[in-house]
Design a binder for this molecule. Sequence first.
Ligand SMILES: Cc1cc2nc3c(=O)[nH]c(=O)nc-3n(C[C@H](O)[C@H](O)[C@H](O)COP(=O)(O)OP(=O)(O)OC[C@H]3O[C@@H](n4cnc5c(N)ncnc54)[C@H](O)[C@@H]3O)c2cc1C
Ligand code: SF4
Length: 361
Amino acid sequence: MILAPLGLKVLLTPQARNSMVYDGRPPCCGNATCVPICPIAAKYDASVHAQKFEQLGGEILDQAVAHFVAVDTQGRVTAIRFKRPGGSEHRAVGRIFVIAAHGIETPKLLLISRTDALPEGVANGSGAVGRYLMDHPIQLSWALSKEALYPYRSPLENAGIEQFRNADFRRERAAFRVAVGEDGWSFPGTPPPALASELIKEGFRGKALREELNYRAARQFRFAALIEQLPDPENRVLPAWDNPDELGIPRPRIVYDLDDYTRKGLAAARELHDQIFDAVGVTFRKHAEEHYGAGHIIGTYRMGNEARTSVVNAQQRSHDHPNLFLLGSGAFPTAGTANPTLTIAALALWAADTIRQDLAG
Ligand SMILES: Cc1cc2nc3c(=O)[nH]c(=O)nc-3n(C[C@H](O)[C@H](O)[C@H](O)COP(=O)(O)OP(=O)(O)OC[C@H]3O[C@@H](n4cnc5c(N)ncnc54)[C@H](O)[C@@H]3O)c2cc1C
Ligand code: SF4
């Protein structure tokens, strides 16, 4: 109601969380502890399918670090070599190989698998592997409202303002979506225990401490605007050959910056947040001066129709190696503004159909 005069609408955010009993897992009970993991398994996580895989006879090896993708002279992947604690060497062999180590480790693994025959690494005929690294840089803004809003009663983000994801302004500056937080000031770094410590330092004790803690925690709210970032080939992941880890595998080196287009999007988000704070009526407000990362690692093995300019096709199959699939948001050619994981899942299901057909063939 407060936002309607500003022409703003708050919409529900799609979520991988049960609202009713499903697949043997209970509905969400709203304890607001979804990160890092839902304690009652109402929120989906990878352990759901890991268990199903094992029940079907699949074998999962933990503490196994892939470090080399072997390719034969026909361009088919023949093995993935991996190391276990202590440095012992092993090989995974098969007919079809899927790498899903996310947007930094997948390209790093491909790039360190270079040989005389593939001097630029595996799946890298285009030279695009590791390039076009994107995230959704976040403009975080937080405030204390005059009235109690009572956060911490649901998952951390249920809703957002979606109307700035696309319009003519994109000729000038980046789009964004605004995630409305339900986690008080946890994201800016002051969850209730930290707030209690601050209040104790300010001299609050006993009943006064409890009352002040309740008063402030009930009024904390924040917005996180996820800003679009353009695919820039200079933003990239490279193997740090001079900086190996304990197993002797190069760590990733990240080259990453924001351009003016994205910075203008951050500024527009701050302005919008201020308009909302004015409309709500707040007693305190703050905008993060530097952007936060969203952990949405996008673009480093981009999908496309042409082998010359992209790494995988729409089925997530490598253009260069027909029995290699690369899953995850590294395949997104552009970042848009939406949180990536449901799209990752959709593309993975699509790839799975293709893999099933390949195996049947
Ligand atoms: C704080 C935070 C909040 C997020 N919130 C959201 C959200 O609200 N909505 C949303 O859609 N997305 C969100 N994301 C993004 C989401 O977490 C990712 O999109 C998703 O986890 C990607 O899944 P994945 O399986 O591709 O990669 P991952 O989950 O990263 O899995 C990759 C796996 O590969 C393993 N691995 C890596 N290298 C190797 C190797 N060399 N050998 C063997 N194994 C290897 C890793 O150990 C890991 O288990 C968030 C991310 C962060 C960090
Ligand atoms: S709020 Fe989050 S952690 Fe709590 S039950 Fe719901 S999904 Fe699980």
